[in-house]
Design a protein around this ligand. Structure first.
Ligand code: IDC
Length: 441
């Protein structure tokens, strides 16, 4: 039996109070508070050395939480990146060796103060630099990463807010084994100090070959999810990603953009367009995501327009530009006039309910995964190799049930189809709120 109940979903603010410690279980991220899968949504920063945030109370993070309802923010800490404009190496191991003290540390504190999750990202593009892509970094800086994450874990590891991303992206020249070597080394360093928080490991080939990662994940590790990155105008590898889920790994999209892979170019905000298909796909699988990027750069993936003197923003609230040599970011709040189309679209997708529910038009709901129940009696989930399956629900005895929050806002007739298999027959029914009304009879 399936019980449908009408529920309102938890608000976005205060995500860490709502969900607490996160744990990877099979291909899902589970909240220790609700015991159920969670999907978290938010934004990645741009390179904080170029677009520094206003830190502290009333700063950029607080306004991202208030205005954009982010539940998680990713701090892209560039490590060693050739900066064409400055003809020097930008980042933590480059000329911005103050970036941890000036940006990362205060922004972690801001995330904690605002009760959201925060990803600390070792933002490297690890590949052999070419004439065209001079910024690629030919070294993952594993030892430096260990020292860095040791420092972060020592100070913040007892906060469930913290998520470690041991590397942004390994390029096409880097083997999966090389990535695993770096990741295991940093993993052990973090686990010596912090046994609880989630660790994100990049999948190979610019975090796109998630299938490869799923075929040979790290062994003897706990609470590890694999990152997958895509740019909606350039990439569609959802089928491979479904196979990766079926292989049993948890996926975390720590970076995706509505633009093409350069971070710029046209974007598509249409229904069933390139971004819509991806975001629906992540919603239906409960995959957490962070959009690239929350900054005011003149590129289409950036949420905000480059500021100008007449846009009504209060310049005294801009980040101190001299400190890090960057283009200042304002603390917010941001009037609609400075938010780009991509920013408005992402904001509305962050704001929608995380579970696959139908709030307004139930005819548009296309898939609720069986294992995404919000409560149950007597059943168990298991991996399946069925197309788009992920997991299925089994061991169903008489009287067992699963519950799904579906908010049917408009009265009407709706068709529900379900996929079901049984070796010995049986019956199945859909009820409202556990029994009063039985549908479809
Ligand atoms: C891009 C920025 C762009 C910057 C470039 C090099 O959008 O302004 O000049 O990096 O630093 C990624 C990377 C991410 C890229 C993004 C878009 O993780 O750093 O940002 N991208 O190219 N992977 C795939 C795409």
């Amino acid at each position: 039996m399936i019980a449908l109940s009408v529920l309102s979903l938890a608000s976005n603010a205060g995500s860490v109070s709502d969900y607490g410690q996160l744990h990877v279980q099979g291909n899902k991220i589970i909240s220790e508070i609700t015991g159920k899968p969670v999907q978290l949504k938010g934004y990645s920063t741009h390179g904080l050395q170029w677009f520094p945030y206003v830190t502290g109370s009333g700063g950029t993070i607080e306004n991202m939480v208030n205005d954009f309802d982010v539940q998680v923010v990713r701090l892209a800490m560039y490590v060693h990146e050739w900066d064409l404009g400055r003809q020097n190496f930008a980042g933590y191991l480059g000329i911005h060796n103050n970036i941890y003290e000036e940006q990362i540390r205060p922004l972690i504190l801001d995330a904690i103060a605002n009760d959201i999750y925060v990803i600390v990202d070792w933002h490297i593009h690890w590949n052999n630099p070419t004439e065209q892509n001079k910024h690629w970094t030919p070294d993952p800086y594993t030892n430096e990463a260990k020292t860095f994450f040791n420092m972060v874990a020592t100070e913040f590891g007892d906060h469930p807010n913290i998520i470690y991303e041991v590397m942004n992206e390994p390029g096409h020249d880097i083997s999966w084994q090389q990535v695993k070597d770096h990741a295991s080394s940093v993993y052990s360093e973090i686990r010596n100090i912090d046994n609880n928080n989630l660790i994100l490991v990049p999948s190979p080939n610019w975090a796109q070959s998630i299938l490869t990662a799923s075929q040979s994940p790290l062994t003897n590790v706990e609470n590890v999810a694999y990152t997958m990155h895509f740019y909606a105008q350039s990439h569609n590898f959802r089928n491979e990603a479904d196979q990766a889920l079926a292989n049993g790994i948890a996926i975390w999209v720590s970076e995706w953009g509505m633009s093409d892979f350069t971070g710029d170019g046209a974007i598509d905000t249409s229904n069933n367009g390139t971004s819509d298909q991806w975001v629906d796909w992540m919603r239906d699988r409960g995959i957490s995501w962070l959009a690239w990027n929350f900054a005011n750069k003149g590129e289409s993936s950036s949420a905000l327009k480059p500021y100008s003197t007449d846009d009504g923003l209060n310049e005294s609230m801009w980040a101190n530009n001299n400190l890090l040599n960057g283009s200042a970011m304002q603390s917010g709040p941001w009037p609609d006039s400075v938010i780009k189309d991509s920013g408005k679209w992402i904001r509305s997708r962050i704001n929608e309910d995380s579970l696959p529910v139908c709030n307004t038009d139930c005819s548009s709901v296309n898939l609720i995964q069986a294992e995404d129940y919000s409560g149950m009696n007597g059943v168990q989930t298991e991996m399946t190799s069925d197309t788009n399956g992920g997991e299925n629900v089994g061991y169903i005895d008489p009287g067992d049930w699963m519950k799904y929050p579906v908010n049917v806002a408009t009265a009407g007739n709706y068709t529900v189809s379900y996929r079901i298999a049984s070796m010995s027959g049986g019956s199945f029914q859909i009820e409202q709120a556990g029994g009063g009304i039985i549908y479809g009879l």
